[in-house]
Design a protein around this ligand. Sequence first.
Ligand code: SAM
Length: 389
Amino acid sequence: MEGSGKSSTFEAFPVELKDYYRKLFGSEAEEIMASLRTPVEKYYIRVNTLKTSREKLMRILRREGLKPRRSPYLKEGIYFEREGPNFEDNYDPGLPVVRANKFASESVYQGAHLYAPGVLQANKGIKPGDEVEIRDPRGLLVGIGIARMSGKEMVVSTRGLAVEVTLPKFKLPSLNELESFKEGLFYAQSLPSMVTARVLEPSEEDLIIDMAAAPGGKTSHIAQLMQNRGEIIAIDKSRNRLRKMEEELNRLGVKNVKIIRMDARKLPELGIKADKILLDAPCTALGIRPKLWESRTPRDIKATAKYQRAFIWAAIKSLRKDGVLVYSTCTISLEENEANVKFMLEKGLKLEEQGLFIGSAGIGLEKVQRFYPNRHLTQGFFIAKLRKV
Ligand code: SAM
């Protein structure tokens, strides 16, 4: 398919989902969908206060050539401004085409280089040193760069740099090669994710259960807020994600976490009564940015909301009287968010005020916090705090 299929005019959202959004968000729906297609405007990291302070880390990052800024909301928050868009949606540079899979395309779109495993097809005439354009499977231009392999090689190789990207559509900083990252001085984490651990208000004496914990972003934040004291039981069912989590906890120097691999819906079988539970539920992830295109539909929303209720049941049973449940998702549907909170209210939980509130109120529900990609320039996100009375 040499040089073919350059069209970037395709439906980024299934029609049923568009209709769903229009019904739920009214005239704001188009803006929300447009924001979801771009990376976040402010890219956040969390200072690991177990190892350093924000001031020290800012100095180190500046020395490493970056432009860190302080979050006005969180003293452990630092962000970097996104660069771009570097070209318009309809830009056609007319270069030989390298087509990347969706995952690799989303990375290039945010400024990463293209590696051979992500290449689907390439113009056979491409030689190392040639300038090429990178397109996603549907033809959207995600970046321009210099080929570091021949077209043939980049399709068959299972490793190595295929294209050094010189002009991505957007650019977020790449931080994983920094010394400060390897030393565990920070964790890349979205602003609403950080707000979630703050809303839980962990204290040093608490027994906390994190029911869907891997790869450990919120667990490690809770641990640092507890100064590595108290106890966190971190549960997840995914072996691979838990392996990643162990690596991350080691890198960050977290020591108060016990990891259990299990189906969190069976949590009551452990017979533990927790002071606080975080249920960062598996969800449809409709709020995650950027999305070159979305494939989920309202059917997925319904099925996922039902799945989440089993976790909610398990959480309620495993919470001590007067204990606190924080429920969060990285999705923007009603069923997975406010409707599930209403289910919790029917089961006797009470909504609590959130100590840090920088989003918007929920749809038809006060006290819960919604982050809108277009209004708050973050991922789409939802946080509720409840008490078992
Ligand atoms: N809290 C994590 C963080 O901040 O890094 C992200 C969690 S992610 C939103 C949801 C997690 O739920 C995934 O890691 C997934 O493996 C896990 N999960 C899905 N179904 C599960 C189940 N039945 N029991 C336990 N974990 C499950």
